[in-house]
Design a protein around this ligand. Structure first.
Ligand code: PNS
Length: 167
């Protein structure tokens, strides 16, 4: 149990290349549960190829989309996630879960992170039905071929995608 008066902090980590409305939904719901949520933009996710947007661009997109959420901060990190979480004073890592296909990867990450930091709890929020199909990769693929993604990502992301990707 958190000591009285000590704020409960969670980190919401991800590559966010780019952030989608599904991510914003998870961040918003996490912000309703925790006193403070620090969105952690992984600067160099090992399993992803080169990112489309820089860490700073990805951070700006999220900052802009979460301006109405007073207890949300956004930081870029290049360290281990558990170290970032400790630096932020977090007691929990919050991640979104869509379909069963997410489970295997999240299960592995959970076990690795737990081994490194047993005191840090991972918490999973199930994606809202509206967003259960939504991924950054899918959005990039749609935008590459001129598909309209304006319902799927924040406005500035949609604009940036069409400028950068359209073939
Ligand atoms: O869902 P994502 O975008 O692949 O998540 C990225 C991240 C960093 C949250 C995930 O890869 C993770 O949990 N990694 C744990 C290992 C770690 O600390 N990597 C350092 C990334 S800078």
């Amino acid at each position: 149990m958190a000591a009285e008066g000590v704020p409960r902090v969670a980190v919401c980590p991800g590559s966010y290349d780019p952030v989608t409305n599904g991510h914003i939904d998870i961040i918003t719901r996490a912000a309703n549960i925790f006193d403070k949520v620090v969105v952690g933009v992984a600067n160099k996710p090992v399993r992803k190829e080169k990112t489309l947007f820089t860490g700073e661009e990805r951070r700006e997109f999220i900052k802009e989309a979460t301006t109405g959420l007073e207890n949300v901060e956004v930081e870029v990190f290049s360290s281990l996630l558990v170290e970032f979480a400790r630096d932020q004073g977090a007691s929990a890592i919050v991640k979104g879960l869509r379909a069963i296909s997410d489970f295997e990867y999240e299960f592995e990450m959970n076990q690795l992170n737990k081994k490194l930091a047993p005191d840090l709890e991972s918490v999973y929020i199930i994606a809202s039905p509206n967003y259960s199909f939504l991924s950054s990769t899918g959005v990039k693929e749609m935008a590459t071929f001129g598909g309209d993604v304006s319902d799927l990502v924040p406005g500035p992301v949609s604009e940036a995608l069409s400028g950068r990707l359209e073939r």
